[in-house]
Design a protein around this ligand. Structure first.
Ligand SMILES: Cc1cc2nc3c(=O)[nH]c(=O)nc-3n(C[C@H](O)[C@H](O)[C@H](O)COP(=O)(O)O)c2cc1C
Length: 496
């Protein structure tokens, strides 16, 4: 055995001195706040829209409370006239009268942003749009149908009213934007994309509701991509607003990562002190369990999500609830075969009439356990959003610091192995201590293997640290945090 080769073997060298590691100081960083929501020249301090909830659930009380807190409050125009005791005498005029009254009341209570939600499918939809224009509402949300024909675009623009369609697919969004572009040489100002977890009537077929291909997480980026072409064409920013099943600030963070610029939430706002419904409506949310929330077939021909109660059980058992049709409010309503009037039972629910009411609710309604103020709800969402945001950066920071610690440990192990492992073996050899040659060689090679694997492990850790570093830098750049982020110089060795 030629032992001289052992002397010639080169120890693997790691040049630890040339690795530079930025040391991040995370203290004092202002973590990103929820971004504002800009819809044309209307700017909401919070990117949260309270969804319009028909038949008296969201009136001036709730809408103004949300607007006062920096969000966008929405009055639902749908069958709002049922609040008028003379609804059956005045029929559709009652809707316009009460809508006007509620807009004015809201405008008295707030200088914040207020919208009106109008269903395209209702017969008096042009009248309700007209009221919104006359009262110079900030924006109209147009759902339950495609807002394409007969839109008074010029009048809306002259009054400064923004138009925001509500869609459930990229196809519908494309159709609306294309038709507007062709017909009106203009496009809507934003778009709400409502997924199948929402409360109320749903823009999906019954079999699509639980189909993962129609989940909000999938349709949202599709709508964002569809709208992009129109943004480029018109040199305008068209925010896409996500709705349906958004419950926490972390949910808001998640949809923002998928391209949303705002959220529309309904269920959470029902269970606030300011919500205009009777307290029994809110208590029905608190009392319901997950299995109580079901999909119903509404007489208007669309599926809807509601809380199962004695009324729905009676209907499912084939009972009818006789009603007088005030005026054919919904073109699509199958009055002859309808077992109940949708507006009437929604109005009963608003008044807290449990056994004759239809309680629309989102898929997450069972999670609600108490009534809070709008302010408390929004503060909770803001904190959760920031926490979700922080968790992203915080997780990276932890990982980065762990890798740096590992580097230090590996470095120490590496040098100890060289010095105490290989070094002492060579010393032993050179001092001529008797040892079986085979044993000696095996030990030497084992030590070399260990050193090599340590080297590889070290290099891996270095690569990982570099990746994490790049990710952190990108994250900070993305949120323009660099000015706030202190980099305390760099160290020549891994720093703790
Ligand atoms: C009680 C209730 C009534 C609703 N009424 C309407 C309505 O009249 N028009 C409409 O476009 N959306 C309506 N919605 C849908 C909401 O505006 C909102 O988009 C939806 O609730 C979002 O889903 P979430 O409840 O999971 O937050 C209603 C929702 C609820 C819970």
């Amino acid at each position: 055995m030629d032992f001289s080769m052992i002397k010639r073997l080169q120890l693997p060298k790691l040049d630890l001195r040339n690795i530079e590691w930025p040391r991040f100081d995370f203290s004092g960083i202002q973590w990103p706040k929820m971004p504002k929501l800009r819809i044309g020249d209307a700017v909401a301090r919070l990117p949260i829209i309270q969804g319009g909830m028909g038949v008296g659930i969201s009136l001036s009380g709730l809408a103004s409370a949300v607007a006062n807190e920096g969000g966008i409050g929405v009055i639902a125009a749908n069958s709002i006239g049922m609040l008028d005791p003379e609804y059956y005498a005045k029929n559709k005029d009652a809707n316009s009268i009460i809508l006007r009254r509620e807009i004015r009341k809201a405008q008295e209570k707030t200088t914040g942003l207020i919208g009106v939600n109008i269903m395209v499918a209702v017969d008096d939809y042009p009248d309700l749009v007209r009221v919104a224009i006359e009262e110079k509402i900030d924006m109209v949300f147009l759902g339950a149908g495609l807002p394409i024909k007969g839109i008074p675009v010029e009048d809306l623009r002259a009054a400064g009213v923004k138009v925001i369609p509500i869609v459930s697919s990229a196809r519908a969004a494309a159709l609306i934007f294309k038709s507007w572009s062709k017909k009106y040489k203009d496009i809507p100002d934003a778009v709400v994309v409502e997924g199948p977890k929402a409360g109320g009537h749903l823009g999906f077929k019954a079999d699509q509701i639980d189909d993962p291909d129609f989940a909000l997480e999938l349709i949202l980026p599709e709508v964002v991509a569809e709208i992009k072409a129109f943004e480029d064409l018109y040199h305008r920013t068209i925010p896409v607003i996500a709705a349906g099943g958004i419950y926490t600030g972390a949910d808001i963070y998640k949809v923002f990562k998928l391209g949303a610029s705002g959220v529309q939430m309904g269920t959470r706002f029902v269970v606030t002190h300011e919500c205009d419904a009777n307290i029994r409506f809110k208590e029905a949310y608190i009392a319901c369990r997950e299995e109580d929330i079901e999909i119903i077939k509404s007489p208007v021909g669309m599926p809807g999500r509601a809380i199962r109660n004695s009324f729905l059980k009676d209907i499912a058992a084939g009972k009818k609830m006789p009603f007088k049709c005030a005026w054919r409010c919904l073109k699509s309503c199958d009055i002859k075969n309808a077992r109940y009037c949708i507006s009437l039972v929604l109005d009963n629910a608003r008044q807290g009439i449990l056994d004759k009411g239809l309680f629309f609710a989102g898929s997450n309604a069972y999670r609600v356990d108490k009534i809070v103020s709008v302010n408390e709800l929004l503060q909770e969402l803001i904190t959760q959003y920031q926490y979700a945001e922080e968790k992203g950066a915080g997780k990276l920071k932890d990982e980065y610091e762990k890798v740096l610690e590992k580097l230090v440990a590996l470095k120490e192990e590496y040098f100890i192995d060289i010095k105490e492992g290989l070094g002492s073996l060579v010393d032993e050899y050179e001092r001529g201590i008797e040892k079986g040659t085979v044993l000696f060689r095996e030990e030497y090679l084992k030590t070399m293997d260990k050193i090599n694997s340590l080297k590889a492990e070290y290099q891996n850790a270095v690569d990982k640290a570099n990746l994490l570093k790049a990710e952190l830098v990108e994250m900070f750049e993305q949120y323009s945090l660099f000015d706030k982020l202190q980099i305390e110089g760099t160290c020549r060795e891994p720093c703790r």
